[in-house]
Write a protein that binds this ligand. Structure first.
Ligand code: PLP
Length: 397
């Protein structure tokens, strides 16, 4: 979606800025409290242990204010970087020094866009792709290429073809429980693609925002962990889906050769990530049973996914989707309706989903919608699916 442009003056690159239809829908849901939204990617706030959080915050204010209320290291609070390196990454060259703590993984995407992308940079995307990455990269005007996704990862034949016919500089990928499709690269594809990226000297930006959201507690090895060219691979992680997006904290594993550049760009953005949030999250990680916490999130999302699946099967059996292994979305195809008409009818009837065309640089996926199942309660989901079913039937009769 294009942004409304100011009429007086703005930089040329701003004509490439995209707005997020998801944020627009979120605004509608705030304005209209009766709106049932399957649109956001909102983690469920009830999964955070609030009693522990309260006591951690009190102790941070009482005992650690000298650090928590100050500016901090641009690469991040050292204790937190150590915890991320020890608990939350799997690349074999990891050390706390290779971690840069960012304001959400979204800031990592923007910094990497600024660092690598010009109008002659060739950037390969998954198709469909995470909309926020398009927003972060588009102002730098790179040439986008896209590789079609299959439920077990990119179509390998087409990927090889693109890589052999073009000099691709960067591949941005979201291999685990992808947003929006929830497709997850198989182990075999992870290994094969790591190897071909090494051979063709392609920089990988691997977005692992959903890494820990497998319904069965499985954790796939990152594609980066199979790479030999460790100077050409970045891994992005996030606390948004495993603790809370309210902290606005994520991280990037940065290869040694790019570290000082990355830090300098980050300084121009914000000097350092929110120091208070970093100290709180670090102390929280010391206090909670991490494995148990993750397991409770995974079980909760798994249950919610089953609810949405059974409601769709009951009320709209024509809807098509593949069952995800994890994450927080279903990627649903509604056959025989125009996306615009279904979308408009849903919004009028107080229910929201995100149209699939938003997730493609070329506005493909005109029959798909992304439906989030992590946020609404069971009754709300049922009412929401009923409303969608009514609109769908009205259009089809
Ligand atoms: C694939 C993906 N990457 C990155 C982000 C950004 O997350 P955050 O900035 O909250 O870490 C999101 C948010 O939904 C996402 O879905």
């Amino acid at each position: 979606m294009k942004t409304e442009m100011p009429t007086i003056f703005s930089a040329k690159r701003t004509s490439f800025v995209r707005t997020s239809v998801i944020r627009e829908i979120l605004k509608l849901t705030v304005e209209n409290s009766d709106m049932l939204s399957f649109a956001g990617g909102l983690p469920n706030p009830h999964l955070l242990p609030k009693d522990i959080l309260s006591s951690v915050m009190e102790s941070v204010v009482k005992d650690h204010s000298a650090t928590a209320l100050q500016y901090g290291d641009s690469s991040g609070y050292q204790a937190l970087r150590t915890q991320i390196a020890e608990k939350l990454t799997d690349v074999y060259w990891i050390s706390p020094d290779s971690i840069s703590v960012t304001h959400g993984s979204q800031q990592g995407l923007d910094i990497l866009g600024k660092m690598f992308m010009d109008s002659d940079t060739n950037v390969l995307l998954e198709d469909p792709v995470y909309l926020g990455a398009l927003q972060a990269f588009s102002p730098y005007q790179p040439n986008f290429f896209s590789v079609p996704m299959e439920p077990d990862g990119p179509n390998f034949y087409l990927l090889e073809e693109i890589l052999s016919q073009n000099k691709i500089h960067i591949f941005y990928a979201n291999p685990s429980y992808q947003n929006p499709s929830t497709y997850t690269w198989s182990l075999e594809k992870r290994k094969r693609i790591a190897s071909i990226l090494d051979e063709k000297e392609v920089i990988l930006i691997e977005d692992e925002a959903y890494r820990y959201l497998d319904f069965d507690g499985k954790v796939y090895p990152s594609v980066s962990s199979f790479r030999k060219r460790i100077d050409l691979t970045f891994v992005l992680g996030s606390f948004s889906k495993i603790l809370s997006p309210g902290f606005r904290l994520g991280w990037v594993v940065v290869p040694e050769v790019y570290r000082s550049l990355f830090t300098a760009i980050k300084q121009g953005n914000d000097l350092n990530s929110n120091q208070f949030s970093q100290v709180v999250v670090s102390k929280l990680l010391e206090r909670i049973d991490w494995k148990e916490h993750l397991r409770s999130i995974q079980t909760f999302y798994s249950e919610k996914q089953k609810i949405l699946v059974s409601l769709l099967k009951e009320y709209i059996p024509e809807a098509k989707f593949s069952l995800p292994e994890g994450g927080m979305f279903l990627w649903v195809e509604y056959p025989k309706v125009s996306q615009k008409e279904l979308m408009a009818g849903c919004l009028t009837n107080g229910v929201a989903m995100v149209p699939g065309s938003e997730f493609s640089p070329e506005s493909k996926f005109s029959a798909n919608f992304r439906m989030n199942f992590s946020f609404l309660g069971k009754e709300e989901m049922e009412e929401g699916v009923r409303r969608i079913a009514k609109v769908y039937r009205d259009i089809n009769t």
